[in-house]
Design a protein around this ligand. Structure first.
Ligand code: KE4
Length: 425
């Protein structure tokens, strides 16, 4: 391997890995730069192979709510790894984790562990179809639910970043069974349900959209989805891969007091290790193999190391729920710094992001009108001042319990000193 600085590593990576990265959002393409390669991380800081240090507001796209390499989480993984890495057989930790999640999130009566958010959503959608015997699902423009075929229709996150609204390689049939509505637009859902409601297995929604930038649900939107799914006998699936254990220990469904039939989790539930889950009503989850006829499986599902990291993370959060007040206040300070510069911000708790646009951002169309070139300039300014935010206008900023006074005051100062041309209307 040639000498290890980010530039040479990226050049080498480009020859061996599509786009030089193992996930498109990491490529920095939309912000006109090449990515730094991480050497290590601790608390609120990332250190790249060139010795640069950044205050990290990506937090690995959400899992890092406790900050990087939390000693107790690292210790838990080290200890369990001494006993073996994977068995392909049940372990005590999996039962403990299911029990803990069911205690923390009342709508979860039964849970299945998988290895990624994509797998959790793909399985929940298959389960909804198997349980209802219906084919269609409704998703929202700009929401991202992982990269399974049926969900890559007008999705957010990397697709929106790269302006590829629909992925190549998706069979035509999916477009017919995946119906699209507009986020925060009850009328768009009502029209679809009046036409197709008899054949809609589920409506899947990010209860706070965080893959077109952060777009909160307008008052009554989630409650409307709950009502209309009950009316037509469809299921309501909350994709809480980002919001789960982020907006509070009970996630968005506790924050907004709306109870879905199924929920998907990822990111925080694994404490930074590959672990995700789907769960919900026992009568629905009982349809999953081997108990029921809806098949889903995984060699590394419930992997002992991932379970250890997830268990330790959730235990720390459950025993220290004041963390949520702390990170909400911290995010509020950052929000205020942006607003003082005249930059629009959407925020829910510790989930926020600045939009370079004059208009309110409440759905895919208004998010898409944001000035991505101005965002790219802003991103470069922040990075050069040691602040790492998501390299895309259509992602989120995450604040962790490890972001302390020093990091927050430095972040606010960098925002306050931002050149006017970056934020001028
Ligand atoms: P994963 O398969 O990436 O674990 O989860 C897919 C997923 C499902 N649902 C929601 C609401 C999600 O946000 C995600 C993944 N989020 C992106 C970032 N917005 C992951 C980062 C990436 O793709 O590299």
């Amino acid at each position: 391997m040639k000498d290890t600085n980010s530039q040479t590593l990226f050049e080498e990576a480009l020859d061996r890995i599509p786009g030089g990265v193992n996930s498109p959002v990491r490529a920095f393409g939309s912000v006109g730069r090449t990515p730094f390669f991480v050497d290590k991380a601790k608390g609120p800081y990332l250190y790249d192979v060139d010795g640069n240090c950044y205050i990290d507001y990506v937090c690995s796209w959400g899992p890092g709510i406790l900050g990087h390499a939390h000693p107790k989480v690292v210790e838990a993984v080290k200890a369990i790894s001494e006993k073996g890495l994977t068995f392909g057989a049940p372990t005590k930790g999996e039962v403990e984790l299911a029990h803990l999640v069911e205690d923390l999130v009342p709508s979860i009566e039964m849970l299945r562990l998988v290895s990624s958010g994509t797998e959790a959503v793909m399985s929940a959608v298959r389960l909804a179809r198997g349980y209802t015997g219906r084919e269609k699902i409704i998703k929202f423009e700009g929401c991202y639910h992982g990269h399974s075929d049926g969900l890559l229709v007008k999705a957010g996150s990397g697709l929106m970043t790269e302006s590829i609204p629909d992925s190549a390689g998706i069979p035509e049939g999916y477009a017919r069974t995946t119906l699209l509505a507009e986020y925060n637009n009850c009328e768009s859902v009502k029209r679809l349900m009046e036409e197709e409601g008899h054949d809609v297995a589920a409506i899947i929604v990010e209860p706070v959209a965080a893959n077109m930038g952060v777009v909160p649900p307008e008052k009554g939107f989630l409650e409307f989805l709950r009502q209309i799914t009950l009316k037509y006998g469809a299921l309501l699936i909350f994709d809480e891969v980002i919001t789960g254990f982020r907006l509070g220990i009970g996630g968005a469904q506790e924050y907004y007091q709306v109870r879905p039939d199924l929920t998907t989790f990822g990111k925080i539930i694994g404490g930074g290790m590959p672990l995700a889950a789907y769960g919900g009503r026992k009568d629905i989850m009982s349809c999953v193999a081997p108990k029921g006829a809806v098949y889903q499986a995984g060699t590394l599902s419930g992997n002992p190391l991932s379970v250890a990291a997830g268990l330790e993370t959730l235990k720390i959060l459950a025993d220290n729920t004041q963390i949520y007040t702390q990170i909400d206040k911290a995010a509020g300070r950052i929000e205020e710094a942006y607003q003082k510069k005249g930059i629009r911000v959407n925020r829910v708790g510790s989930l926020l992001n600045p939009f370079f646009t004059q208009e309110p951002v409440k759905d895919y169309q208004s998010a898409k009108r944001a000035d991505t070139r101005k965002f790219a300039d802003y991103f470069g300014y922040m990075l050069e001042n040691g602040i790492y935010v998501a390299p895309s206008q259509f992602e989120a900023m995450f604040v962790s319990g490890a972001h302390g006074e020093e990091e927050l005051s430095r972040t606010c100062r960098v925002i306050e000193e931002m050149p006017e041309e970056f934020c001028a209307k």
